[in-house]
Design a protein around this ligand. Sequence first.
Ligand code: ATP
Ligand code: MG
Length: 395
Amino acid sequence: MSLPVILPGGASTGQPTTLGVMGGGQLGRMFAHAAQRMGYFTAVLDPDVASPAGLVSHCHIQADYLDEPGLAQLMERCAAITTEFENVPAPALRTLGARLPVAPGAESVAIAQDRIKEKAHFVRCGVPCAPYAVLQTEDDLAAVADTLLPGILKTARLGYDGRGQVRVRTRAELTAAWANLQHVPCVLEQLLPLQAELSVIVARGWDGTLVHYPPQANLHRDGILAITSAYEGNLPPALAQQAIEATKSIANGLSYVGVLCVEFFVLQDGTLIVNEMAPRPHNSGHYTLDACDVSQFELQVRTLVGLPLAAPRLHSPAIMLNLLGDLWLQGSPDFAQVLALPGAHLHLYGKLQPKPGRKMGHLTLTAATVAQVQAKALVACRVLGIEPLPGWSAP
Ligand code: ATP
Ligand code: MG
């Protein structure tokens, strides 16, 4: 499907063109920044009065995602609407999509927000995922194969940053963990021996054009992304290519429109396994703001309004450090010292309450060479109190 291009308006029409975003978190904030830089106005629908995206948008509709007057107001103002987190209820996107261009569409989001449907989609696309079982009934529980233990029990819906996940070693632990989760639909995944994690971000337009970033290597700590490395040599080239091809088939299989991130595991034996997908820009792609000629947020704007999807180019080796609320426990981190490093790019999301594990911002380091960017990341980690990667060395 091709839609007419939605231009920014303004000087040519006397009216601004407003783009809407469902959800007001940091991803919506960075979408708003990208849209505004290109001349669009932005409107955000989010129940939180102080949402990071609401704070920087021309209009913040403070309403629940399924609130009909709120949705009507958003449709009234906007020429097209996107979403910034996968837990926006698909029915809300369906309502909006009946009247306006909405990307990603309700059907893609409905699949990505339900691990059971998501895994079925991976299987349909022929991309291997972790061995798993669906838990919806007591019979499902009784039928769980011993080979899935030890495993990770994950709620089918509403999990993020490792929330809604419990590691279980035995059948007794599994039974107790599922009861603790009130027997909501879950998947039990075999606990896999990971060697590395990576993700691939693609943008796919209304006409099926698809562009991608080079895969980035990710380190998670306690189920939360901690560090992303994006540079040549971060991953074996054949593995990177395999991940790109798998991501393309996952996006094409959904007839996806928008920015999509697919997360993968690399097992100890080198096998590539798909973990999950996010129907939106992703934390592991934040480095694209500073290290690529077009960011994942600009590609989100371009896909939404039907502008050309130029293939992005990584112009500098980059390392992204997530800044979690833990760093604020003794007051503000020493950002002045960090910003003394050439190539340090600080992004804070305007959140006023630091909490352990809460994503407050990120720091991207760029440099001319991989050795230099690693050396800078090492210094930044020391200043901020983040554990560095073992391979980084001082200059
Ligand atoms: P987010 O949406 O923030 O990426 P999430 O809550 O959806 O996180 P997952 O991506 O499912 O969580 O898992 C978080 C991390 O836990 C993974 O990146 C990986 O480090 C670890 N993990 C998850 N599943 C497995 C598994 N089957 N085997 C080994 N490790 C796993
Ligand atoms: Mg994940």
